[in-house]
Design a protein around this ligand. Structure first.
Ligand SMILES: [Zn+2]
Length: 392
C-alpha cells in the first residue's frame, strides 16, 4: 500500500488513486495536482480508460472556456472479498472496488476451533456472497482479512495471538488460494481504522478505538495506519489503569488492572453479572443500556470514563485530530461516549483537546468488513498491479 508515495507521484496507480478518492475529477485537475505534463497525464488516463479502470462521463463546471470532461473510477471493474474474523463470529462481504457492499453473510464460530475449521467457514461464506451478488470466482481481484490478534502484515501470518489458540504462524492467505488473487491480512483494529477513514481516506491523525471483548486502538498518522516496529502499535488494552478504592482485577495477560480488565466488553459482562443484571453476554448489557436501564447505563458510562482516562494520556502524547470509538460496545452509543468525553476533556491538556473531535462510529458493526475491503482494494490497485493491468 503506497498511498503516500502515490499522492506525490503521477504513476498510473497514483492518478487512479486521486480520481477514486475524489481528489481530482479531470485531466486538468490531475495536471495541477501532480505537476506532470498535460501529455503525460493524458496518455496515462487514456491507458487507464483502455484498461477499463477509468471512464469519462459528464461535464464539470467551466472556469472560462470549454467545461472539462469528468473522469470516473470504474468501481465495477471487479470485486473484492472482505473477511471479518471475530472471536465468536465470521462475517464475509463482497464489495465493488469502492468498498460498496454487494452482499454479506455471517455465521457464529469459535475462533479457538482453529484455522482449518474457521477458514473453511469463511470460504463457504465467500462462495455464498459471490453467488448472491451474481458474481464469479474470476471477478475477485483481492481478498482482505481482519483477525482478532497480532499479524505479521507482510506474510499474513498471526504472531502468537493470545485469544486464537492454534493460529500462530498459520498461512492465512493459502486458505483463499481458490480465488487466485492477492490476500491481505491484518489485525482487526487496524482494519477497522481503515473502515472508519472510508473510501476517500484522510490526511488526518486519528485514534480508532475498538471496544469489543477487549480494547485495542488503530493508530492513524497522516491518514495511514501506523503499525510500529513489530506491528503491535496501539495495543492499549494492557495499559495500567489506576482503579478505584484499591480494586485489583486480574487480566488475562497476568497483570492486574489493565484497561481491558477494567473496561472491556468481557469486564462489562462480569460486572453486570456481579450486579445481578439479567444478562448472558456483553451484547445483553449493551442492549439494556440502549433501552435505558439505569444500572447498565452506569456500568457502560463508567467503562467509558476508564477508557477516557487512558485516551486523555494518549491525546497529550499524540495530539490527534479525532478519536473514533467502534466495536460491539460502541453500539451502546451515547452513554459510552459521554463517559469517554468526560474523562478526556477533564484530563487532556487544553491545547491538545481544543479542536479534538471524539465520536462513535456511524456503523460499528460494518467497519470491519468495509475496512477489510479497503485494505484489499488498496493492495490490488498498487503501482505494480495497475501497471500490469494497463500493459496486458
Ligand atoms: Zn493485561
Amino acid at each position: 500500500m503506497s498511498a503516500v508515495n502515490a499522492q506525490v507521484s503521477a504513476s498510473p496507480a497514483a492518478l487512479l488513486h486521486h480520481v477514486r478518492t475524489g481528489r481530482a475529477r479531470s485531466r486538468a485537475e490531475l495536471v495541477a495536482m501532480t505537476g506532470a505534463s498535460r501529455n503525460t497525464i493524458s496518455n496515462r488516463v487514456d491507458q487507464l480508460i483502455a484498461a477499463n479502470l477509468l471512464a469519462e462521463g459528464g461535464r464539470g463546471w467551466s472556469t472560462g472556456g470549454r467545461p472539462p470532461t469528468l473522469l470516473q473510477f470504474n468501481s465495477e471493474a471487479g470485486c473484492v472479498l472482505a473477511v471479518d474474523l471475530g472471536v465468536t463470529s465470521v462475517d464475509v462481504a463482497v464489495t465493488d472496488l469502492s468498498a460498496r457492499v454487494l452482499a454479506t453473510a455471517g455465521h457464529p464460530i469459535d475462533i479457538a476451533e482453529g484455522p482449518d475449521a474457521v477458514l473453511a467457514e469463511a470460504r463457504r461464506l465467500g462462495r455464498r456472497v459471490l453467488a448472491e451478488a451474481g458474481l464469479d470466482d474470476a471477478d475477485v481481484r483481492a481478498v482482505g482479512v481482519g483477525v482478532p490478534g497480532p499479524v505479521e502484515f507482510s506474510t499474513g501470518r498471526p504472531s502468537h495471538p493470545p485469544i486464537m489458540p492454534g493460529w500462530h504462524d498459520h498461512p492465512i492467505p493459502d486458505a483463499f488460494s481458490r480465488w487466485g488473487a492477492p490476500v491481505f491480512v491484518d489485525n482487526d483494529v487496524n482494519v477497522m481504522a481503515l473502515g472508519e477513514l472510508g473510501v476517500e481516506g484522510s490526511d488526518q491523525d486519528a485514534l480508532v478505538v475498538k471496544v469489543g471483548t477487549g480494547v485495542g486502538c488503530g493508530v492513524v498518522v497522516g491518514g495511514r495506519v501506523y503499525r510500529g516496529a513489530q506491528g503491535s502499535a496501539g495495543d492499549i488494552g494492557h495499559i495500567h489503569v489506576v482503579a478505584a478504592e484499591g480494586r485489583s482485577v486480574l487480566c488475562r495477560c497476568g497483570n492486574t488492572n489493565c484497561l481491558e480488565a477494567l473496561a472491556g466488553g468481557a469486564s462489562l459482562l462480569r460486572d453486570a453479572l456481579a450486579a445481578g443484571l439479567p444478562v448472558t453476554s456483553t451484547r445483553d448489557v449493551v442492549d439494556l443500556a440502549i433501552r435505558g436501564d439505569g444500572p447498565a447505563l452506569e456500568l457502560v458510562r463508567e467503562a467509558g470514563r476508564t477508557i477516557g482516562s487512558v485516551l486523555a494520556a494518549l491525546v497529550n502524547f499524540f495530539n490527534p485530530h479525532r478519536i473514533v470509538i467502534t466495536g460491539g460496545v460502541a453500539q451502546a452509543g451515547l452513554p459510552l461516549l459521554s463517559g469517554i468525553r468526560e474523562a478526556v476533556y477533564a484530563r487532556a491538556m487544553p491545547l491538545a483537546a481544543r479542536t479534538l473531535d471524539v465520536s462513535v462510529s456511524d456503523a460499528p458493526e460494518l467497519s470491519g468488513r468495509v475496512g477489510a475491503a479497503l485494505m484489499a482494494i488498496e493492495g490490488y490497485l498498487d503501482d505494480d498491479s495497475v501497471r500490469e493491468a494497463i500493459t496486458s
